[in-house]
Ligand binder design. Structure first.
Ligand SMILES: *Cc1c(COP(=O)(O)O)cnc(C)c1O
Length: 365
């Protein structure tokens, strides 16, 4: 291994986040001359054959991994997951058919806020009053039968909680922000009508949102909206109405291929469960030195959040972790403490190293 490789840290940042080393190396090797075109992928036309192949293959691999058929379409849209918070109610909700929201953390609350701004938001359940320690369970949901959709945030990146069930909506279309756990586990994606993910957590570099949605739904975008805010623009033009972020989509395609080569979503889920167990065990076996934020039944397999006995120790933990090549463990300011993001690309050795460090740190302090 070169120094450049051996000097890499275990990167626990929440997003942008670590990507598989194999993928980075492949992109590096192809960077100057993509597919014998004599040009870099970032220098070629989005109407060229080499790019079109990248685009089509990425879409096909994503649908295959999600085990979805051609009643679903894959779209690539810019503006981040945050623009989806607005585009969804703009396209699909109305004062008569409001968007229903489960508030389970920061991002679901931000999504709801956009719907409220448009006069079309309604809360179906919330764990805000109890500090977002859990995701609302089925028996807590009050879904309006006239709702245009129920929106959930599948994994709450900041609080470290995750849905471990798929809500039964009684026929109301189910929409999900899967930014931070997309392609991390096999899931019955066919129960969802609309899924989206900012790719910078688990799928690639920042710059594009992956949307996977039912064709019959995205055909019905609101006609009074500007072109670039309508889903059917992206659908009809294969996400090539305007210049797409080619490099991002190329990287997402490479990550999807990598996931396939590792054994698909089942293999990802097994690895992710092992990593999560190492860290949750370190918390649970610490005699209260580490306190997990999430209730046990809502624990995230992607973002492990925990506090230490006091803020001084938390600061010390961050500094000493970095000395052990464990980077990015500081939690979000709204929760405090630590957050270890262990997305698909985090090797098991990384989680082992952090669990060992947690053990040592506890003993020393
Ligand atoms: C990071 C994140 C977002 C925000 O994504 P942007 O692309 O920065 O707008 C939204 N939802 C979830 C679950 C996230 O983790």
């Amino acid at each position: 291994m070169s120094n450049l490789e051996t000097n890499r840290v275990y990167n626990f940042n929440p997003g942008p986040a670590n990507l598989p080393l194999e993928v980075l190396k492949e992109a590096q090797a192809e960077f100057l001359n993509f597919n014998n075109s004599g040009m870099s992928i970032i220098e070629i036309s989005h109407r060229s054959k080499p790019y079109e192949e990248v685009h089509a293959q990425a879409k096909a691999d994503i649908l295959e991994l999600m085990n979805l058929g051609n009643d679903y379409e894959v779209l690539f849209i810019q503006g981040g997951a945050s623009l989806q918070f607005a585009m969804i109610p703009m396209n699909f909700a109305s004062p008569e058919h409001k968007g229903n929201y489960i508030l389970s953390g920061t991002f679901s609350s931000n999504a709801y806020k956009e719907a409220v701004t448009l006069g079309v938001g309604e809360v179906a359940a919330s764990s805000k009053e109890t500090g977002f320690h859990h995701v609302p369970q089925q028996n807590e949901l009050k879904i309006n039968p006239n709702a245009a959709y129920l929106h959930i945030c599948n994994n709450n990146t900041i609080y470290g909680t995750e849905f471990h069930y798929i809500p039964d909506t009684n026929g109301v279309p189910l929409f999900a922000d899967m930014s931070s756990d997309m392609l991390s586990r096999p899931w019955d994606f066919s129960k969802f009508d609309f899924i989206y993910a900012g790719v910078q957590k688990n799928l690639g570099p920042a710059g594009v949102v992956l949307v996977v949605a039912k064709k019959s739904l995205i055909e019905k975008s609101r006609e009074t909206l500007p072109t670039m805010l309508r889903y059917d623009t992206f659908f009809k033009k294969d996400s090539l109405y305007n210049t797409p972020p080619e490099f991002c989509i190329y990287m997402v395609g490479k990550v999807a291929k990598w996931v396939k080569s590792q054994g698909g979503l089942t293999a990802m889920a097994e690895r992710n469960a092992k990593k999560a167990k190492l860290l949750y065990d370190a918390i649970d076996n610490s005699d209260g030195f580490y306190r997990g934020h999430a209730d046990k039944d809502s624990r995230s397999f992607m973002n492990v959040t925990f506090r230490l006995p006091n803020e001084e120790l938390e600061k010390k933990f961050v500094v000493e972790a970095l000395e052990h090549n464990l980077s990015g463990v500081k939690g979000h300011r709204s929760v405090g403490g630590m957050r270890a993001s262990i997305y698909n690309a985090m090797p098991i050795e990384g989680a082992e190293a952090l669990a060992n460090f947690m053990d040592q740190f506890k003993k020393a302090n």
